[in-house]
Design a protein around this ligand. Structure first.
Ligand code: UDP
Ligand code: MG
Length: 321
């Protein structure tokens, strides 16, 4: 039986503290998979440098010199986590049979890769890594992350609960995926849209061993907001409901004024003028802002700018294929 050729894609942004260790762990792991005849011995690791400002790229260069199983991919600037993953995948679309994406901090348990490869061999085209234990995350991170998945599902975005970007995809998925041309990329939502047979593999999320999270709260909120507005028009509908609700309120205020007039109690009140005015102008502004948000998205999509730009590729040409 032909063994699948696997590529591990690792996005790296300011990961100089982690990288040497990550390389060590991953190459030992890959060597084990090869020795156990689970994957082809031409399988490799690709480190994507996402415009790091520290010594990450120099480290990747060193590693590539010494290790012919490592490919270095340098993006021309910081494009963000999602685009870095995409660059690593799409650049190698024809050269490998399956791809596993994982974070450079090794918070995603590497041991799960073996299970993913097994599922792939059994016919799954996508294997999602799902965290069933987040006890290593802080309470705050856990709460915000889990409410994110719930909110997304509630709004009709097809995300897999507690699955981040630790997944195996078959070459075929990427080929189909290449016709998804959106700039505002939210992989967790798009991959399920491609379809085909998928499986889940459960693992325990580990603690970050060095360096700090590149996803501070601000970035996390932005990511969630992007995910929602790229996938769901639910917020717009919410505003519509809200507007309708406001309209009903204003009608009842009108009725109240009319009744007061009939009873001759027409004391021109300041509150009854100002309160509805501010209330309605506020909700109007909100609606306009939200529509603006979606128009902004459309604007970005029609420009169709590249999602990433590769500046340099490092790979030793020995032992290829
Ligand atoms: N990352 C990236 N570009 C960015 C931010 C992060 O490539 O702009 C990478 C980072 O190096 C890591 C992965 O994305 O490999 C996940 O980031 P991090 O571990 O900081 O996020 P967290 O696990 O805290 O959500
Ligand atoms: Mg992390």
């Amino acid at each position: 039986m032909k063994l699948p050729k696997l590529l591990l894609v690792v996005p790296c942004y300011n990961e100089q503290e982690m990288l040497p260790h990550t390389h060590q762990v991953l190459s030992a792991y890959l060597a084990r998979l090869v020795a156990q005849l689970q994957v082809n011995d031409a399988s490799k690791i690709c480190f994507v440098n996402d415009g790091s400002r520290d010594r990450t790229w120099q480290l990747i260069e060193d590693i590539c010199q010494k290790d012919d199983k490592v490919i270095g991919l340098k993006l021309s600037r910081n494009f963000g986590h999602q685009s870095a993953i995409l660059a690593g995948l799409m650049h190698h679309i024809d050269a490998y049979d399956c791809f596993v994406t994982l974070d450079a901090d090794l918070q995603d348990d590497t041991e799960a890769i073996e299970k993913m490869v097994e599922q792939h061999r059994a016919g799954a085209m996508v294997v999602y890594g799902v965290r069933d234990d987040r006890s290593s995350d802080t309470w705050f991170k856990r709460q915000t992350a889990e409410s994110f998945y719930k909110l997304m599902n509630w709004m009709g975005v097809p995300v897999v609960f507690n699955h981040a970007d630790f997944r195996l995809v078959d070459k075929r998925i990427l080929q189909e995926f290449s016709s998804f041309r959106e700039t505002n990329l939210f992989l967790r939502g798009v991959i399920p849209l491609v379809g085909f047979r998928s499986e889940k593999v459960f693992y325990k999320r580990l603690e970050r061993q060095a360096g700090e999270s590149k996803y501070p709260l601000g970035k996390m909120v932005l990511f969630a907001w992007n995910g929602i507005t790229s996938f769901s028009t639910f917020p717009m509908r919410l505003v519509l409901y809200f507007g309708a609700f406001n309209f009903m309120i204003s009608l009842s205020i009108l009725a109240y004024i009319f009744v007061s007039y009939l009873f001759g109690k027409t004391v021109p009140g300041w509150t009854s003028t100002v309160v509805p005015m501010t209330f309605f102008s506020g909700s109007n502004m909100m609606a306009i802002g939200l529509i603006g948000e979606y128009i902004g998205k459309i604007y970005e999509e029609v420009k169709a700018r590249p999602r990433y730009i590769i500046e340099e590729v490092l790979e030793q040409m020995t032992n290829n294929k």
